[in-house]
Design a protein around this ligand. Structure first.
Ligand code: NAP
Ligand code: ZN
Ligand code: ZN
Length: 380
């Protein structure tokens, strides 16, 4: 992609100016100047994704424009494209594991310069003043703006994700990528990475802890890598016995096939924490029984349907069940820096943009080792 100045198809819709000319004194918000860029979008839950042209705002004083080089494919993208969470507005452009190069900056941008290698995850803005924002927990801000699936503060239309040639993001929500990491393999850190890093860090997982990770997919394989890097004894639970060798290579000390009742029973009462990264309906209660007294089952997976919960495994051993959502901006940068220092990236399979529909079907079958990443040059 050429630098922003050569690539922008400018057009102005200055409604305020038109209102003034027509004598209508009511102030109307001015829509920013936009430019067109190629993307892949879907128009209904049943439609495949296909080529589209979208609009991004021309960078304002505090914005960074990024040429997207790679974008990871999260299972959330699939839930969202198919409206499994019931809030998708169409046309919809998924993608929130974005890495790329800065092509333009606004006059007030301080942290980045043209040419920098940067990342954008699941958040592109928030209110920045509430207790969550000022604590660096922007993901819980009631007015947070997700990379896709929210309302764009500038344009008033749905936000557009990273299956696109470029994106424009306010500098506070842009992250610095460690220079030593392979960029394609680092893209999934922006969602799968932080979503597993954050709950393990919050629980202060370390030597002496026994940690279970449920599901060896995009999130799960990062959970295994982080739990191992933090020094825990790591047990991977999978429905796919053929993934056992990979799980060990990725850092699991033990692998349990969760459909084998005897293997599950053998683990009863032994876990401090279990991180559940499963994308579909499954039996949570089987995992509660594996926790120690006061043990915690943390859900990061977000299946479309509610999961039944039995009271007895919780109350008899004072166990708890909780959830966790990605991570805030400071923790995401901390995670990226940790990955740079310890050379941690995802195991990825690079695909072309037009392979996305096949990739979704393969992801549903658990046939990905262990994250698809789109080479965005294939969109040119
Ligand atoms: P993924 O790559 O498709 O991995 C999901 C894994 O779950 C599969 O590899 C499979 O592992 C297991 N699984 C799938 N169907 C199953 C079933 N019916 N029963 C039991 N296990 C099953 O998905 P992902 O990208 O890692 O995302 C996982 C979930 O986390 C999704 O729901 C996603 O939306 C959610 N998510 C949440 C957050 C957050 O902030 N909380 C962030 C990102 C994603 P095995 O083959 O090993 O069994
Ligand atoms: Zn995600
Ligand atoms: Zn806020």
């Amino acid at each position: 992609m050429v630098p922003a100045s050569n690539n922008i198809n400018l057009h102005v819709e200055d409604r305020a100016k038109r209102a003034m000319l027509s004598g209508n004194a009511t102030p109307i918000m001015t829509k920013p100047i936009c430019y067109s860029t190629k993307a892949f979008s879907t128009t209904s839950p049943e439609s495949p994704l296909s080529a589209a042209v979208i609009e991004r705002r021309v960078p304002t004083a505090t914005d960074v424009q990024i040429q997207i080089i790679y974008c990871g494919v999260c299972h959330s993208d699939l839930h969202f494209a198919r409206n499994e969470w019931n809030f998708t507005q169409y046309p919809a452009v998924p993608g929130h594991e974005i890495v790329g190069r800065v092509t333009a900056i606004g006059s007030g941008v301080k942290k980045f310069k043209v040419g920098d290698t940067v990342g954008v995850g699941c958040l592109v803005d928030s209110c920045r003043t509430c207790a969550d924002c000022t604590s660096g927990l922007e993901q819980f801000c009631l007015n947070m703006v997700m990379t896709y699936g929210s309302t764009d503060k500038h344009l008033g239309s749905p936000t557009i994700g990273g299956y696109a040639q470029s994106i424009v993001v306010t500098e506070e929500f842009v992250l610095r990528m460690p220079s030593n990491l392979n960029l394609a393999a680092a893209a999934p850190l922006l969602c799968a990475g932080i979503t597993t890093y954050s709950p393990l860090r919050r629980a202060k997982v370390g030597p002496g802890h026994t940690v279970g990770i449920v599901g060896l997919g995009g999130l799960g394989h990062m959970g295994v890598k982080f739990a191992k890097a933090f020094g825990a004894h790591v047990v991977l639970f999978t429905t796919s016995p053929k993934k056992a060798a990979d799980a060990k290579r990725l850092g699991a000390d033990e692998v349990v096939v969760s459909t084998d009742e005897a293997q599950m029973t053998a683990q009863a009462g032994s876990f401090d924490l279990i991180l559940d990264a499963v994308s579909a309906t499954h039996d949570l209660n089987a995992y509660l029984n594996l926790l120690k007294r006061d043990g915690n089952l943390v859900l990061v997976g977000a299946p479309e349907k509610p999961l039944p919960l039995a009271a007895f495994p919780l109350i008899f051993r004072r166990r708890s069940i909780s959830g966790s959502l990605i991570g805030g901006l400071p923790e995401t940068q901390e995670m990226l820096d940790f990955c740079g220092k310890h050379n941690i990236t995802s195991d990825v399979e690079i695909i072309r943009m037009d392979e996305i529909n096949t990739a979704y079907e393969r992801m549903l079958k658990g046939d990905v080792k262990y994250r698809f990443v789109i080479d965005m040059a294939s969109l040119n």
